[in-house]
Design a protein around this ligand. Sequence first.
Ligand SMILES: O=C(O)CCC(=O)C(=O)O
Length: 285
Amino acid sequence: MIDGMNGKIDKSKIEKFHDDGYIFLPSYYTEEQVKRLQSESNDILQMLIESSIENDRLSNRLNITQREDGTTIVYSMSPFFDLSLLFREIGTEDIPALHQPLLDSKSIALGNYSQLNYKQKIDRDLSLDIEQGSDEWPIHSDWVYFEGWGPKNMLITVVFIDQCTQENGAIEVWPETHKESFTHSKNGQDLEVSEAEFEERLDPNEREHIVGPAGSVLIFDSRLVHSSGPNNSDGPRRVLTYRHAPRDNIEGEVFEGVARPNPSGGGFPVELIESSYELEYIRNK
Ligand SMILES: O=C(O)CCC(=O)C(=O)O
């Protein structure tokens, strides 16, 4: 639907993907397309915040934290496949076309595991229960969340909605770490590479900050170790993060290019609850 313009995945990029575990396509989307991404992100956030306030209940799609410095930050929002045709079609059309040279079978979006990471300050008093936390992402690989049940050869695709810089908390990757496996330990709800493994096997000097303009696209192997720092700028640092897997590795139904894998085989979809609150808000409005 909003076909990217630049950065076809040629032979050298395929090699880099296999060697380093990631590839970066700067300015993949045009400025005009970026404006659509930004306005869609703004509209969704506004709707979710207004409807949370109206219903006196924080939407379960939203992860909002209060940093130590007192700032309230929208950390992430998920799922969004039912909220945005634009974002869904990027996941079911643009990204699978991009993935084609990297996978053996058609790329399928794992709809319930896609997020919009806002890293965005909000000044409003929400008068809702907000937990203390940070806007950093721990050092981890995504695969550890899926190991044992998830589809093999998963790819993570990140679409930059804003320019990503070191100051605003760009994603950092450790090249080649997709070839190994790292022990993770629990940190609250998250998993992170254990301190011992970090000390022994990860060199902070080898970490690469993936910085670039809005509209850029980063694709990485789900086993690649990555993280991100806090947003120290005044503006948001928004990225869409999609998870995809080859069709051949997905058990169960695929509908319109989307699968909904779940470790327990079931699990009640969050959006079926959330949409009742959102529609209530929209009707009242
Ligand atoms: O948005 C970010 O800065 C990092 C996201 C991330 O690490 C993840 O989704 O696994």
